[in-house]
Design a binder for this molecule. Structure first.
Ligand code: C2E
Ligand code: MG
Ligand code: MG
Ligand code: MG
Length: 281
């Protein structure tokens, strides 16, 4: 990260990405290839119950390591996948891979491993794919109950086609899944949807958590989100908890769940299972 002399703006230089992001076409072609060549994998990050420190779920996060050994962030490739329509096969792959991993953990545990799996679902996929059929297929394939899953949606899902989103959400909930509103506070400002939609959980966006100990405005926003959630009977997860101090503050404010580097970075499936055994023993 460098500060530009000319504009004073912060600019991020990622020379190793230059060749790839030079054109949309290029990254799209490479992503298409990556999906087929199995260059994508999932990393898993625990979400902890702040009342007892136990891991309640893992969020599955897509990772792309190119044949040249470069790691490309989902922040860079998910938008390309959304624009190109590749998000549909990518999202299907992620759901299937997350379910496969959960059923592996169950097998190793000799029963329900005790954690649920949280999977991100793009608003674009909600519009273009038959998500309920896809989810039902994945559950049948891996012999899992829908209760083992949380589906993370962002507020953008309610902007384009709220009726369709509602129908899909109801179908997913019918199968047992919970619905979490991801990155809450950064998107749609019309809060009426919170009343109309079957949401179980709000994930307070990391931007409000990072630096909140030195920022009274952020504390005020987090406090307001927590009281809104409480009034509506929604559970809450704070994203981006990196320190014990932040955890203490969020517990004191009444937040129920936490996620962040303080607990663990996103890690591979074997490490995640070992962490689950160690923390929930
Ligand atoms: P998200 O769903 O909000 O996921 C949380 C992001 O915050 C992850 O970034 C995670 O690594 C990061 N994070 C967690 N704790 C901390 C912390 O303490 N400090 C900091 N600085 N960061 C933390 P990641 O893995 O880079 O993913 C970025 C976004 O890409 C995700 O944000 C999600 O919107 C999207 N994404 C990732 N995988 C998928 C996927 O399979 N499907 C879809 N549709 N989107 C995905
Ligand atoms: Mg998420
Ligand atoms: Mg999030
Ligand atoms: Mg986020």
């Amino acid at each position: 990260v460098k500060r530009s002399k000319r504009t004073g703006q912060t600019e991020v230089y990622r020379p190793h990405l230059f060749d790839i992001v030079r054109s949309q076409f290029s990254i799209e072609t490479q992503l298409r290839h990556a999906l087929e060549a199995r260059q994508l994998h999932l990393a898993f990050q625990p979400i902890c119950d702040l009342s007892n420190g136990r891991i309640s779920s893992f969020e599955a996060l897509a990772r792309w390591r190119t044949a040249e050994g470069e790691n490309i962030s989902p922040v860079d490739f998910i938008p390309v996948a959304e624009e190109s329509g590749l998000i549909v096969p990518l999202g299907r792959w992620a759901m299937d891979e997350a379910a496969r991993t959960l059923s592996d953990w169950d097998r190793m545990a000799g029963g329900d491993c005790g954690a649920r799996m949280a999977v991100n679902l793009s608003a674009v996929q909600l519009q273009r794919d038959n998500v309920e059929a896809m989810f039902a297929e994945v559950l049948a394939q891996h012999q899992l109950s829908g209760h083992r899953f949380t589906i993370e949606l962002t507020e953008s899902a309610f902007v384009v086609d709220p009726d369709r989103t509602l129908r899909t959400m109801l179908a997913l909930k019918e199968m047992g899944a919970q619905i979490a509103m991801d990155d809450f506070g950064t998107g749609y400002s019309n809060l009426a949807y919170l009343q109309k939609l079957p949401i179980d959980k709000l994930k307070i966006d990391r931007s409000f958590i990072t630096g909140m100990l030195a920022d009274r405005d952020k504390v005020a926003i987090v406090r307001a989100i927590l009281s809104l959630a409480q009034a509506l009977g929604l559970r809450t997860t704070a994203e981006g908890i990196e320190t014990q101090e932040l955890e203490h503050t969020l517990v004191a404010l009444g937040c129920a769940f936490g996620q962040g580097y303080f607990y663990s970075r996103p890690i591979d499936a074997d490490a995640a299972y070992a962490l689950l055994l160690a923390r929930n023993a």
